[in-house]
Design a protein around this ligand. Structure first.
Ligand SMILES: [Zn+2]
Length: 503
């Protein structure tokens, strides 16, 4: 075995493009096999089949593996047998579960039978033989369509392929490698904190690297330094004991749907800023933060066009800035019925579902507390369960506000050891590509990954290194992976594996 290089990625013997392509092509049969295993987060049998497949695949590459018990939906832990004392250890996080699928929405027969497609001059995608991927000179603009191609099974097999390439060249990684493969990321990893607590010794490392989520839409290599958290909240406004005839009671019995609408209207201004007192007070952006946010090469006109809006909300001056603040998002509304279910009644209650995106400074308890005070300040009495007869007799305005299970936010300084290490790796890996020198830095991404639940008990610095194309349709139909991203993802992983982690 060759010794690990002493320092700096620039001293590494180059792994030429052809050998990366050869290793990628050799890994595609396994990628297709893994994608063909249904992986809905809420189906334990699916999760178990995927976990068994991953144990075998990592085992074949000289990893010792272990299933980490999680109420029938085990996570997979893998540790490289070649790990040795004296080298720094990096824990890699990826996840193998996926969002549920609605096959009728997809352009292919079965979202769990991946298909390869090429985009024609007219912009339309047409199917080609997957055997095209078995040749090392495959077209990087081909895309593989199927559930979890990008989120997050593609990156898992890129990771395996990177090890195959190292083995074929008899190269040792310059770091010790541990891997945790999450089984419930798509449902907010409810069990991960307990799993980490029960396996803290096993998971001990010097840093955490998360491979999940899309790269910046510019296609440039991307580093993400944090993620917002999330807390769901259900707000119920109570009306009469039961629905009432609107002819006999309209104009007399207060309507809870109307009242909920009025209450929601007090929570945001016309331009989308939250008007709940103190909601944004803990968000402080430094001059450096503003520079980092401004450097992100977003094309906001294209973004607005893509999502179909004429103007954005005014929480932040830019798209990136808007994601640095906590949010108050109505994710669902219900009262009585609409369409064929509409009836001439005064409804008995109205419900709003929210998801509040939290920040490290404004956590779930803080924001839910502010929201409760706001609702009370509008004259509502808040109950815990169902209103009692006494509550109904005493309080003209009754409501209930119930938070669900929260996932916390996490953020790192830009100059942490892991951030500098990953940044140097990306600069080296993409130095030769056009315009691709400095990685795009994202202060905090808007979505939620279970970073906090892993790094806090283990005291780990972390960085998120996304690998897949931004337009991958993750979480919805026609999810896809651009094969050029498979190659650049492998190069990124190889760079991380071959660059010593700083002392
Ligand atoms: Zn994901």
């Amino acid at each position: 075995m060759l010794a690990a290089p002493a320092a700096g990625a620039e001293k590494l013997p180059a792994l030429d493009e052809a050998s990366v392509r050869t290793a990628a092509a050799a890994s595609f049969p396994e990628l297709l096999e893994l994608l063909a295993l249904p992986n809905d987060s809420i189906v334990p049998a699916d999760i178990q089949r995927n976990a068994a497949w991953l144990e075998a695949a990592f085992g074949k590459r000289g990893f010792r593996t272990r299933l980490l018990e999680n109420k029938g939906k085990p996570l997979v832990f893998a540790e490289r047998s070649g790990n040795r004392p004296g080298r720094k250890t990096v824990l890699f996080y990826l996840h193998f579960d996926g969002q549920p699928v609605i096959p009728s929405q997809w352009s292919q027969k079965d979202p769990w039978r991946p298909v390869l497609k090429r985009r024609g001059a007219d912009g339309k995608w047409s199917e080609v033989e997957t055997t095209q991927l078995l040749q090392a000179d495959f077209d990087p603009e081909l895309r593989l369509f199927g559930r979890s191609t990008s989120d997050d099974k593609g990156p898992i097999v890129m990771f395996l392929a990177a090890f195959d390439l190292l083995a074929s060249r008899k190269l040792e990684p310059a770091i010790n490698v541990k891997v945790i493969l999450d089984s419930e990321e798509e449902v907010n990893s409810p069990g991960i904190a307990a799993v980490v607590a029960a396996n803290a010794g096993l998971l001990q490392a010097d840093a955490l690297v998360i491979h999940d989520g899309p790269s910046h839409s510019s296609g440039r290599p991307t580093l993400v330094f944090g993620n917002r958290g999330l807390v769901p909240v259900t707000l119920t406004v109570f009306g009469p004991r039961s629905p009432l005839h609107s002819g006999h009671y309209g104009n007399y019995v207060p309507n809870p749907a109307q009242r909920l609408a009025a209450l929601l209207a007090t929570m945001k201004d016309e331009e989308g800023r939250v008007t709940v007192a103190g909601y944004y007070d803990r968000t402080k952006l430094t001059a450096e933060d503003r520079t980092v946010l401004a450097e992100v090469p977003d094309d906001e006109a294209a973004l607005r066009k893509r999502v179909g809006i004429a103007a954005s909300e005014k929480v932040g001056a830019t798209y990136q800035e808007s994601l640095q603040y906590p949010s108050l998002n109505v994710r669902g509304l219900a009262s009585a019925g609409v369409g064929e279910k509409a009836a001439n009644i005064v409804p008995h209650q109205a419900v709003a579902e929210f998801d509040l995106r939290t920040t490290p400074e404004a956590d779930a308890a803080h924001l839910v507390g502010l929201l409760k005070r706001h609702v009370e300040a509008q004259g509502y009495h808040l109950v815990d369960g169902e209103p009692t007869d006494e509550d109904r007799a005493r309080y003209p305005k009754l409501a209930r506000l119930r938070p669900g299970l929260a996932a916390s936010a996490a953020r790192q300084p830009y100059d942490s050891a892991v951030g500098r290490w990953a940044s140097s790796v990306l600069e080296n890996a993409f130095a030769a590509s056009v315009g691709g020198t400095k990685p795009v830095r994202i202060r905090m991404m808007g979505g939620t990954v279970p970073t906090y639940e892993i790094v806090t008990p283990l005291h780990l610095p972390f960085v998120i290194v996304p690998l897949v194309n931004a337009d991958n349709n993750q979480h919805t139909f026609d999810e896809n992976l651009r094969m050029g991203n498979y190659l650049s993802g492998m190069r990124t992983i190889l760079g991380l594996l071959r660059t010593p982690y700083p002392e």
